[in-house]
Design a protein around this ligand. Structure first.
Ligand code: BGC
Length: 414
C-alpha cells in the first residue's frame, strides 16, 4: 500500500533567526543568556552561522528535495533601536528569499519567532499596550521590502507558548501547593540592566496572563493587516504550539479545560486567517490531580515519543479554526537518527490519514533543518535533519533528511 500526497503539497524544514544566525546581540534572549543566574544553560554565540551560510544551506535543503523553507526575520537586526530601520538587514533577508527562489524553494517567512529587540521592554514587552502597534510597524516596513518575494507568512510563532508553559507548571504535581510565582532574581537583574521595572520586562516566551494574551492576539491581527498591505499576494497566518492534550482515567475535566485554554481558545482566534500553523511535538496526559507521568520512552526534551500526537492536533486545528492547516513544525530531539526516522515516518502517516479523510492540510515542515540553539536548553538538544560541527560549522546530512527529502520529491509514502 502506498499513499500519494497532493501535487502541490509543501514539504519544508524550519529554523528561527536566533536559533541559527549567530551574533544576535541586540535582542532580549541574548540579554537573558548573559544575565548571571540565568536559566539559559549557554550562550547562543555564533549559533550555526546561518546568517553567513544561508545560501549553501538553502542549496543543501533544495538538493535533498524540500520545496519549502520556513525561517524568521530577526526584528532586532531590522530595527535595532526604536524607529531606526536598518535597510542593509532587510536587504540580507531579501537575499535569503532570492536564494530560495533560485533553488526552487517556496520561502515561508515568520515575522517574530520568540526574540524581540531589547528596546521593546521599555514599552512593557509582550504585556505592553503599544506593542501591537510597534510590531505592526515592523511588519509593514518589512513586508513592503520583502513581500514580492514571499511565498507565505506567519505573523508570530506560537502565540500560546507562554500560556502553555504556565498551565503546564500549574498542573505539575510538584507545584500543586505552590503560590503564584514572583519573577526570579535573574529576570529582575535583566530588567534592571535595561533600566526597566521587572513588570515591564516581558519577553515573549514568558509573558503569560490575561494582559499578555490580549496584547499578543492584537499583535497578530495588526500584523496580518500590515503584512497584507505590502506587495505580493500570499497566505498569512499564525502558528500555535499544539500539544495533544489527552485525558487519563478521571482526567476528562482537567484535560478539557487545559485543551480549551491552551489550544482551542487560540484556534478560535485564527478563524478567518488564510491558514493556521500546527506545531506539535508530543502529548500531555492529565488525571484528576494534574499531569500524568509519561507512558512511553521520552526524548531529549523529556517529551513522550509519540508522533501520532500530530494527527489529533491537525484534526483539532481544522475543526476549531476552520481554515487550511500547514504543519509548520514537527520533530524530535535525540542523538539516534534511526529514532528520528521512525518519528517522521509515523508523523507523516498521520498527515496522510488526515488527508484521506478530507482534512485540508497543505504542508509538513520538519523542525529543524539543523541542530541548533534550543533556547534555555542550548545546543545539547539535537532536533536537526542536518548535524553541525560548531567548531568548524561543517554540515552533515543525517539519513532521516535523505528519507524525508526523497518523500518530498516523489510525494509517495510507501
Ligand atoms: C519552537 C522552536 C523550538 C521547538 C523545539 C517550538 O516550540 O517554535 O523554536 O526550537 O519548539 O522545542
Amino acid at each position: 500500500m502506498t499513499y500519494q500526497f497532493p501535487k502541490n503539497f509543501m514539504w519544508g524544514t524550519a529554523t528561527a533567526s536566533h536559533q541559527v544566525e549567530g551574533g544576535n546581540v541586540y535582542n532580549d534572549i541574548w540579554l537573558m543568556e548573559h544575565t548571571p543566574g540565568t536559566v539559559f544553560v549557554e550562550s547562543s554565540g555564533d549559533a550555526v552561522d546561518h546568517y553567513h551560510r544561508y545560501a549553501d544551506d538553502i542549496a543543501l535543503l533544495a538538493g535533498l528535495g524540500f520545496n519549502m523553507y520556513r525561517f524568521s526575520l530577526e526584528w532586532s537586526r531590522i530595527e535595532p533601536e526604536e524607529g531606526e530601520f536598518n535597510l542593509s538587514e532587510l536587504e540580507h533577508y531579501r537575499r535569503m528569499l532570492a536564494a530560495c527562489h533560485e533553488y526552487g524553494i517556496t520561502p515561508m517567512v515568520t515575522y517574530h519567532h520568540f526574540s524581540s529587540p531589547r528596546w521593546l521592554m521599555r514599552h512593557g514587552g509582550w504585556s505592553g499596550d503599544k506593542t501591537p502597534e510597534l510590531f505592526a510597524r515592523f511588519c509593514e516596513r518589512s513586508a513592503r521590502y520583502l513581500g514580492d518575494l514571499t511565498g507565505a507568512a506567519c505573523t508570530l510563532n506560537e502565540i500560546n507558548i507562554a500560556t502553555l508553559f504556565s498551565v503546564l507548571n500549574m498542573f505539575r504535581p510538584e507545584n500543586a501547593e505552590a503560590q503564584p510565582e514572583q519573577p526570579p532574581a535573574w529576570m529582575v537583574a535583566a530588567a534592571r540592566s535595561l533600566n526597566v521595572t521587572p513588570q515591564q520586562f516581558a519577553p515573549f516566551m514568558f509573558a503569560a496572563g490575561p494582559k499578555a494574551i490580549e496584547i499578543v492576539q492584537k499583535a497578530h491581527r495588526r500584523g496580518v493587516e500590515a503584512i497584507k498591505s505590502g506587495p505580493g499576494a500570499y497566505p498569512v497566518g499564525v502558528t500555535l504550539a499544539l500539544m495533544d492534550i489527552q485525558a487519563g482515567p478521571g482526567g476528562e475535566e482537567i484535560a478539557a479545560r487545559v485543551r480549551y485554554d491552551v489550544n482551542e481558545s487560540y484556534l478560535e482566534a485564527a478563524r478567518g486567517d488564510d491558514f493556521v500553523g500546527v506545531q506539535t511535538y508530543s502529548r500531555f496526559r492529565f488525571g484528576p490531580k494534574g499531569m500524568l507521568p509519561p507512558e512511553w520512552e521520552v526524548t531529549q526534551m523529556g517529551y513522550e515519543f509519540f508522533p501520532e500526537a500530530l494527527e489529533a492536533t491537525i484534526r483539532l486545528a481544522a475543526r476549531v479554526a476552520g481554515v487550511p492547516v500547514i504543519v509548520t513544525e514537527n520533530g524530535v530531539a535525540g542523538d539516534d537518527d534511526a529514532r528520528r526516522l521512525e518519528f517522521i515516518q509515523r508523523a507523516v502517516k498521520s498527515v496522510a490519514s488526515c488527508l484521506e479523510d478530507g482534512v485540508d492540510v497543505r504542508g509538513y515542515t520538519y523542525w529543524s533543518a539543523f541542530d541548533n540553539f534550543e533556547w534555555m536548553q542550548g545546543y545539547q538538544m539535537k532536533f536537526g535533519l542536518i548535524g553541525v560541527d560548531r567548531a568548524t560549522q561543517a554540515r552533515s546530512v543525517k539519513p532521516s533528511a535523505r528519507w524525508l527529502g526523497a518523500l518530498a520529491k516523489s510525494g509517495i509514502l510507501p
